[in-house]
Design a protein around this ligand. Sequence first.
Ligand code: PEP
Ligand code: MN
Length: 260
Amino acid sequence: MVNVKITDELSLTDDKFLMIAGPCSVEDEEQIVGVAKELKKTGVNVLRGGAFKPRTCPDSFQGLGEDGLKLLSRARDATGMAIITEVMDVEDLPLIEEYADIIQIGSRNSQNFSLLKKVSKQKKPVLLKRGFGNTVDELISSSRYLSMNGNHNIMFSERGIRTFEQSTRFTLDISAIPVLHEKTEYPVIIDPSHPAGVNRYVEPLAMGGAAAGADGLMIEVHPEPSKALSDAAQQLTVQQFNDLYGKVQKIVGILGKTMI
Ligand code: PEP
Ligand code: MN
């Protein structure tokens, strides 16, 4: 596996397991800085939070844009955590590059080749989410756009695919983990929140991903999930996240890795 350098202090290597957590969307300062401090206490080093949100309906909350990025930067200053946030559009890339430690490509942009080509020209690590209608081979092809200018600081994220199954929001494809490990050198981060769709399914999917050999997890956590402006049903409370963290830590320990 390639070593993914996130910051000077933080690298994802074979013997490590990366936990990324935070709200679906950045909503206000109290929300993002508050939850960041709680997560840091638990041991999380990378904070997620969307500022530019890819919403299915145009009348849904679209994110705070640059104001959201500024709030993420305050959360970084307050905790020392690294920041991951999504770039939705080529024109926002300079701004995202300025604020983010890891650039996230969302599921809906996984085959936006012009965006991938632009992102390939910058040096920050990239989390490439799998398009929910894409095969593993298509995901790998997308990663080749990202690495075309020599940036191999790439992580995959499996976040569920569309199948005939309607009882969860998406179907988490656990088998993508060994297949990606066999075919590529990049780490695989499981996002159990989006396939779960509801908070009670997040923990089993997270544990399944860890046990199947994922290199990390990205989990949505909100200080008050019922009030969240996006993905309210699937976000965990800090307490729920802390319980999950303890269980995942045990699985990861059995596999001889330590949580970062
Ligand atoms: C997200 O992680 O914020 C997100 C929008 O997920 P996805 O792109 O996988 O739907
Ligand atoms: Mn979300």
